[in-house]
Design a protein around this ligand. Structure first.
Ligand code: NAD
Length: 252
């Protein structure tokens, strides 16, 4: 992909699924990728994949729920690669799959703590670093569930809808500073997260397939294509956008 070579980019949740596919695609484009994830084994494996694809990479053990970890992840990217050009914030948790009246405060908080509060910490420190080098591009991973609800997903859909509002407001605040802030809204995508959710809730697989006009799940690389385009200079006039990459889910 054009307009990515040599860029320093952080990927949270880079050890698996959509984050992993994004990191590897960035590696193919010649980027320097900082992979931030809870799990060192998975993260280190992706480092090797990025290097084999032609880029450079490092792994930083990060709990995106914690502000200190978000700060350290950005520091590590700047320390190794000199500056920060981009970030894909993909770390997220799935719904607890309960109806509202059966959901505990802890289950609500678990989802919102990472999908919104942790995402805020990551954006905060990424933006601070980008202001130092005159600009950058941030892609926050929301979900088609932000626009089109699915059953038993109230806390998840609310958290992802919150990401869309955050992205629009933050894009406005930094538009003249050269920092573009966008969201990608994946539809049902074949990753370990979705596989786990389908195991917990057997009704989920047919329900998800049925709402995608393309009548199939997405592949992580199909979501990564949209993310990498928004990170690239090819999207230089795009900010504040929520881009569905969802097989038509939100078109219905
Ligand atoms: N898979 C789908 O169908 C789908 C659809 C819409 C949106 N999404 C969103 O895409 C993003 C990525 O999901 P995925 O399907 O690739 O999931 P995944 O489970 O395959 O990968 C998520 C990664 O995030 C890491 N992670 C979890 N909590 C973390 C934390 N606190 N700090 C740092 N890393 C953490 C995990 O270790 C894992 O490597 C999530 O935000 C998810 O909500 C996924």
């Amino acid at each position: 992909m054009e307009g990515l070579k040599g860029k320093s980019i952080v990927v949270t949740g880079g050890g698996s699924g959509i984050g992993r596919a994004t990191a590897v695609m960035l590696g193919k484009a010649g980027c320097n990728v900082t992979i931030a994830d809870l799990h060192p084994d998975a993260g280190e494996a992706v480092v090797r994949e990025v290097q084999a694809a032609g880029g450079d990479a490092q792994f930083i053990r990060t709990d995106a729920n914690l502000e200190d970890d978000a700060r350290n992840m950005v520091k590590a990217a700047v320390a190794r690669y000199g500056w920060l050009d981009g970030a894909c914030n993909a770390a997220g948790v799935q719904s607890c799959s309960k109806l509202v009246h059966e959901m505990s405060a802890e289950e609500w908080d678990r989802c919102h703590n990472l999908n919104m509060r942790g995402l805020f910490f990551c954006n905060k420190h990424e933006i601070a670093a980008m202001l130092e080098n005159g600009g950058g591009s941030i892609v926050n991973i929301a979900s088609s569930g932000a626009l089109a609800a699915f059953p038993n997903g109230s806390e998840y859909c609310a958290s992802k809808a919150g990401v869309l509002g955050f992205v629009r407001a933050a894009a406005l605040d930094y538009a003249t500073k050269g920092i573009r802030i966008n969201a990608v809204l994946p539809g049902g995508t074949l990753t370990p997260m979705l596989a786990e959710a389908m195991e917990t809730d057997p009704g989920l697989e047919p329900a998800i397939a049925a709402v995608h006009p393309m009548n199939r799940f997405g592949q992580p690389s199909e979501i990564a294509s949209g993310i990498c385009w928004l990170l690239s200079d090819g999207a230089s006039f795009v900010t504040g956008v929520s881009l569905p990459v969802d097989g038509g889910h939100t078109a219905v």
